[in-house]
Design a protein around this ligand. Structure first.
Ligand SMILES: C[S@@+](CC[C@H](N)C(=O)[O-])C[C@H]1O[C@@H](n2cnc3c(N)ncnc32)[C@H](O)[C@@H]1O
Length: 271
Protein backbone atom coordinates (compact mmCIF):
# COMPACT_ATOMS: atom_id res chain seq x y z
CA UNK A 1 0.00 0.00 0.00
CA UNK A 2 2.87 2.37 0.92
CA UNK A 3 4.38 1.67 -2.50
CA UNK A 4 1.51 3.54 -4.14
CA UNK A 5 2.20 6.66 -2.18
CA UNK A 6 4.50 9.49 -3.18
CA UNK A 7 7.62 9.50 -1.06
CA UNK A 8 8.51 12.98 0.20
CA UNK A 9 11.90 14.38 1.12
CA UNK A 10 12.62 14.41 4.84
CA UNK A 11 12.05 18.15 5.33
CA UNK A 12 8.80 18.19 3.36
CA UNK A 13 7.60 15.18 5.28
CA UNK A 14 8.62 16.62 8.64
CA UNK A 15 6.33 19.63 8.51
CA UNK A 16 3.38 17.41 7.59
CA UNK A 17 4.20 14.91 10.35
CA UNK A 18 3.69 17.76 12.79
CA UNK A 19 0.17 18.42 11.50
CA UNK A 20 -3.10 16.58 12.08
CA UNK A 21 -6.71 16.65 10.89
CA UNK A 22 -7.35 19.84 12.86
CA UNK A 23 -4.68 21.61 10.80
CA UNK A 24 -6.01 20.54 7.42
CA UNK A 25 -9.60 19.46 8.03
CA UNK A 26 -11.15 19.59 4.58
CA UNK A 27 -11.90 16.32 2.83
CA UNK A 28 -9.72 17.16 -0.15
CA UNK A 29 -6.72 17.79 2.10
CA UNK A 30 -7.30 14.47 3.83
CA UNK A 31 -7.44 12.67 0.47
CA UNK A 32 -4.29 14.47 -0.67
CA UNK A 33 -2.36 13.64 2.50
CA UNK A 34 -3.39 9.98 2.31
CA UNK A 35 -1.43 9.72 -0.91
CA UNK A 36 1.87 10.87 0.58
CA UNK A 37 4.52 8.73 2.22
CA UNK A 38 6.05 10.73 5.08
CA UNK A 39 8.44 8.04 6.29
CA UNK A 40 11.59 9.95 5.31
CA UNK A 41 10.77 12.64 7.85
CA UNK A 42 10.54 10.26 10.82
CA UNK A 43 14.16 10.49 11.89
CA UNK A 44 14.30 14.27 12.19
CA UNK A 45 10.75 14.26 13.61
CA UNK A 46 11.95 11.96 16.40
CA UNK A 47 15.01 14.12 17.00
CA UNK A 48 12.80 17.19 17.49
CA UNK A 49 10.42 15.22 19.72
CA UNK A 50 13.40 14.18 21.87
CA UNK A 51 14.45 17.83 22.16
CA UNK A 52 10.99 18.79 23.35
CA UNK A 53 8.09 16.33 23.31
CA UNK A 54 5.57 19.05 22.49
CA UNK A 55 7.47 20.48 19.55
CA UNK A 56 4.62 19.61 17.19
CA UNK A 57 2.39 21.99 19.16
CA UNK A 58 4.57 24.89 18.04
CA UNK A 59 3.93 24.08 14.40
CA UNK A 60 0.23 23.32 14.86
CA UNK A 61 -0.25 26.60 16.73
CA UNK A 62 1.62 28.48 14.03
CA UNK A 63 -0.57 26.96 11.37
CA UNK A 64 -3.76 27.49 13.35
CA UNK A 65 -2.89 31.16 13.80
CA UNK A 66 -1.96 31.71 10.16
CA UNK A 67 -5.05 29.93 8.81
CA UNK A 68 -7.31 31.79 11.20
CA UNK A 69 -5.97 35.18 10.20
CA UNK A 70 -6.04 34.27 6.53
CA UNK A 71 -9.62 32.98 6.47
CA UNK A 72 -10.93 35.85 8.59
CA UNK A 73 -9.23 38.34 6.35
CA UNK A 74 -10.73 36.82 3.18
CA UNK A 75 -14.15 36.78 4.87
CA UNK A 76 -13.99 40.37 6.04
CA UNK A 77 -12.94 41.85 2.73
CA UNK A 78 -12.88 39.98 -0.54
CA UNK A 79 -9.31 39.20 -1.52
CA UNK A 80 -9.47 37.71 -4.97
CA UNK A 81 -5.82 36.63 -4.94
CA UNK A 82 -3.70 34.65 -2.49
CA UNK A 83 -0.02 34.00 -3.13
CA UNK A 84 1.63 31.26 -1.09
CA UNK A 85 5.41 31.60 -1.05
CA UNK A 86 7.34 28.40 -0.38
CA UNK A 87 4.12 26.40 -0.21
CA UNK A 88 6.03 23.13 0.00
CA UNK A 89 3.79 20.09 0.18
CA UNK A 90 1.22 21.68 2.44
CA UNK A 91 -2.39 21.58 1.21
CA UNK A 92 -3.24 25.16 2.20
CA UNK A 93 -4.47 25.88 -1.34
CA UNK A 94 -7.06 23.13 -0.99
CA UNK A 95 -8.23 24.52 2.35
CA UNK A 96 -8.64 27.99 0.85
CA UNK A 97 -10.55 26.75 -2.19
CA UNK A 98 -12.78 24.61 0.00
CA UNK A 99 -13.92 27.76 1.84
CA UNK A 100 -13.62 30.39 -0.89
CA UNK A 101 -14.00 28.76 -4.24
CA UNK A 102 -13.43 31.94 -6.28
CA UNK A 103 -10.05 32.93 -4.88
CA UNK A 104 -7.22 32.88 -7.40
CA UNK A 105 -4.32 30.98 -5.87
CA UNK A 106 -0.66 31.20 -6.84
CA UNK A 107 1.49 28.49 -5.30
CA UNK A 108 5.17 29.41 -5.51
CA UNK A 109 7.97 26.92 -4.98
CA UNK A 110 11.63 26.71 -5.86
CA UNK A 111 11.29 23.59 -8.00
CA UNK A 112 8.42 21.80 -9.71
CA UNK A 113 6.72 19.13 -7.68
CA UNK A 114 4.83 16.95 -10.14
CA UNK A 115 3.40 14.65 -7.45
CA UNK A 116 1.78 17.45 -5.52
CA UNK A 117 0.51 19.18 -8.65
CA UNK A 118 -0.92 15.96 -10.04
CA UNK A 119 -2.69 14.88 -6.86
CA UNK A 120 -4.10 18.33 -6.15
CA UNK A 121 -5.32 18.84 -9.70
CA UNK A 122 -7.24 15.59 -9.45
CA UNK A 123 -9.06 16.84 -6.38
CA UNK A 124 -10.25 20.23 -7.60
CA UNK A 125 -13.83 20.96 -8.60
CA UNK A 126 -14.50 21.60 -12.28
CA UNK A 127 -13.41 25.13 -13.20
CA UNK A 128 -11.07 25.50 -10.22
CA UNK A 129 -7.34 25.75 -10.64
CA UNK A 130 -4.19 26.42 -8.68
CA UNK A 131 -1.44 28.31 -10.49
CA UNK A 132 1.90 26.64 -9.74
CA UNK A 133 4.97 28.80 -10.22
CA UNK A 134 8.54 27.69 -9.84
CA UNK A 135 10.89 30.45 -8.80
CA UNK A 136 13.23 31.50 -6.01
CA UNK A 137 11.31 34.13 -4.07
CA UNK A 138 14.59 35.99 -3.65
CA UNK A 139 14.59 36.67 -7.41
CA UNK A 140 12.14 39.53 -7.19
CA UNK A 141 11.90 40.52 -10.80
CA UNK A 142 11.68 37.00 -12.23
CA UNK A 143 9.11 36.08 -9.62
CA UNK A 144 7.03 39.16 -10.28
CA UNK A 145 7.08 38.58 -14.02
CA UNK A 146 6.09 34.95 -13.64
CA UNK A 147 3.21 35.92 -11.39
CA UNK A 148 1.96 38.49 -13.86
CA UNK A 149 2.24 36.02 -16.72
CA UNK A 150 0.18 33.59 -14.66
CA UNK A 151 -2.59 36.16 -14.18
CA UNK A 152 -1.61 37.99 -10.99
CA UNK A 153 -3.17 41.45 -11.05
CA UNK A 154 -1.23 44.00 -8.98
CA UNK A 155 -4.31 46.23 -8.80
CA UNK A 156 -6.37 43.67 -6.90
CA UNK A 157 -6.36 42.99 -3.18
CA UNK A 158 -3.93 40.22 -2.48
CA UNK A 159 -2.85 38.24 0.55
CA UNK A 160 0.63 36.79 0.65
CA UNK A 161 1.32 33.87 2.94
CA UNK A 162 4.94 33.43 3.94
CA UNK A 163 5.00 30.52 6.32
CA UNK A 164 8.02 28.48 7.29
CA UNK A 165 10.17 30.23 4.70
CA UNK A 166 11.64 33.40 6.22
CA UNK A 167 14.49 31.45 7.83
CA UNK A 168 15.84 30.36 4.46
CA UNK A 169 15.96 33.59 2.48
CA UNK A 170 18.54 36.38 2.69
CA UNK A 171 16.94 39.27 4.59
CA UNK A 172 17.60 42.04 2.07
CA UNK A 173 16.26 40.01 -0.79
CA UNK A 174 13.19 38.96 1.14
CA UNK A 175 12.52 42.65 1.92
CA UNK A 176 12.86 43.57 -1.73
CA UNK A 177 10.43 40.90 -2.80
CA UNK A 178 7.78 41.74 -0.22
CA UNK A 179 8.11 45.43 -1.02
CA UNK A 180 7.13 44.70 -4.60
CA UNK A 181 3.61 43.66 -3.65
CA UNK A 182 2.07 46.97 -2.78
CA UNK A 183 -1.60 46.15 -2.63
CA UNK A 184 -0.97 43.13 -0.48
CA UNK A 185 -1.32 42.03 3.06
CA UNK A 186 1.39 39.74 4.24
CA UNK A 187 0.92 36.97 6.75
CA UNK A 188 4.39 36.36 7.93
CA UNK A 189 5.77 34.06 10.60
CA UNK A 190 9.37 34.19 11.70
CA UNK A 191 11.87 32.92 14.19
CA UNK A 192 12.85 35.44 16.88
CA UNK A 193 16.40 36.10 18.04
CA UNK A 194 17.98 34.49 21.11
CA UNK A 195 17.54 37.61 23.24
CA UNK A 196 13.78 37.38 22.84
CA UNK A 197 13.61 33.87 24.22
CA UNK A 198 13.60 32.91 27.87
CA UNK A 199 17.22 31.82 28.56
CA UNK A 200 15.98 28.62 30.14
CA UNK A 201 14.12 27.63 27.00
CA UNK A 202 16.49 28.99 24.39
CA UNK A 203 18.00 25.59 23.79
CA UNK A 204 14.68 24.29 22.44
CA UNK A 205 14.36 26.25 19.19
CA UNK A 206 18.13 26.29 18.76
CA UNK A 207 18.41 22.52 18.96
CA UNK A 208 15.28 21.90 16.87
CA UNK A 209 16.36 24.28 14.14
CA UNK A 210 19.85 22.81 14.17
CA UNK A 211 18.33 19.38 13.61
CA UNK A 212 16.27 20.72 10.70
CA UNK A 213 19.21 22.68 9.26
CA UNK A 214 21.50 19.65 9.45
CA UNK A 215 18.84 17.55 7.81
CA UNK A 216 18.52 19.87 4.82
CA UNK A 217 22.19 20.98 4.78
CA UNK A 218 21.29 24.58 5.53
CA UNK A 219 24.19 26.68 6.81
CA UNK A 220 22.40 29.78 8.00
CA UNK A 221 18.99 30.38 9.57
CA UNK A 222 17.63 33.93 9.47
CA UNK A 223 16.05 35.25 12.63
CA UNK A 224 14.27 38.54 13.19
CA UNK A 225 13.88 41.04 16.00
CA UNK A 226 10.95 43.37 16.20
CA UNK A 227 12.94 46.42 15.03
CA UNK A 228 13.79 44.73 11.78
CA UNK A 229 10.12 44.10 11.17
CA UNK A 230 8.72 47.48 12.09
CA UNK A 231 11.36 49.93 10.90
CA UNK A 232 12.36 50.52 7.31
CA UNK A 233 15.79 49.16 6.49
CA UNK A 234 18.41 51.70 5.56
CA UNK A 235 19.02 51.95 1.82
CA UNK A 236 22.41 50.32 2.18
CA UNK A 237 20.83 47.10 3.39
CA UNK A 238 18.78 46.78 0.23
CA UNK A 239 20.40 45.30 -2.77
CA UNK A 240 19.74 47.51 -5.81
CA UNK A 241 20.28 44.56 -8.11
CA UNK A 242 17.24 42.84 -6.76
CA UNK A 243 14.93 45.84 -6.63
CA UNK A 244 11.51 44.87 -7.84
CA UNK A 245 9.59 46.45 -10.67
CA UNK A 246 7.61 48.34 -8.05
CA UNK A 247 10.50 49.81 -6.17
CA UNK A 248 12.34 51.69 -8.84
CA UNK A 249 12.86 55.36 -9.72
CA UNK A 250 10.61 57.62 -7.65
CA UNK A 251 9.76 54.98 -5.06
CA UNK A 252 12.92 54.00 -3.27
CA UNK A 253 12.91 50.51 -1.87
CA UNK A 254 13.79 51.90 1.54
CA UNK A 255 10.43 53.67 1.64
CA UNK A 256 8.42 50.62 0.77
CA UNK A 257 9.21 48.26 3.58
CA UNK A 258 6.39 45.76 3.39
CA UNK A 259 5.71 45.32 7.04
CA UNK A 260 3.82 48.58 7.38
CA UNK A 261 1.09 46.69 5.55
CA UNK A 262 1.61 43.32 7.12
CA UNK A 263 -1.36 41.68 8.67
CA UNK A 264 0.26 39.39 11.12
CA UNK A 265 3.76 39.27 12.35
CA UNK A 266 3.93 36.30 14.65
CA UNK A 267 7.12 35.11 16.29
CA UNK A 268 7.78 31.78 17.87
CA UNK A 269 8.73 32.67 21.40
CA UNK A 270 8.85 29.36 23.21
CA UNK A 271 8.09 31.24 26.40
C1 LIG B 1 9.68 24.31 5.88
S1 LIG B 1 8.95 24.28 4.29
C2 LIG B 1 7.42 25.13 4.64
C3 LIG B 1 6.31 24.67 3.76
C4 LIG B 1 4.95 25.33 4.03
N1 LIG B 1 4.99 26.74 3.75
C5 LIG B 1 4.52 25.08 5.45
O1 LIG B 1 4.69 25.98 6.29
O2 LIG B 1 4.02 24.00 5.71
C6 LIG B 1 9.84 25.52 3.42
C7 LIG B 1 9.51 25.55 1.95
O3 LIG B 1 10.02 26.76 1.41
C8 LIG B 1 10.61 26.48 0.16
N2 LIG B 1 11.63 27.51 -0.09
C9 LIG B 1 12.76 27.73 0.64
N3 LIG B 1 13.46 28.75 0.11
C10 LIG B 1 12.73 29.19 -0.96
C11 LIG B 1 12.94 30.21 -1.92
N4 LIG B 1 14.02 30.98 -1.89
N5 LIG B 1 12.02 30.38 -2.90
C12 LIG B 1 10.91 29.59 -2.94
N6 LIG B 1 10.66 28.61 -2.06
C13 LIG B 1 11.57 28.40 -1.08
C14 LIG B 1 11.20 25.10 0.31
O4 LIG B 1 11.38 24.48 -0.95
C15 LIG B 1 10.14 24.42 1.17
O5 LIG B 1 9.16 23.80 0.39
Amino acid sequence: MMADRYKLSSTSALVLLWTDETTYPCEKSRKYLEQLDLSCGREVFNQCRDIWPDYGEVIRNRKYCIHNVLFNEIKSKPHPQVIIFGAGMCPLSLEILDRFSDVKIFDVELCPNPAKEKIMSGLLNPGQCIRYLHEDIANTEALYNKLQNAGYNPEMNTIIVLEGVSYYVCKDRLWNTLAAFKKSKIIFEYLVTDEQIDPERRHIPNAAFKAVADDCCLKDIKRYNIDELTQPPTPSTLNPNTASPCTTSNTPASATIPFSQSLTVGGLRYA
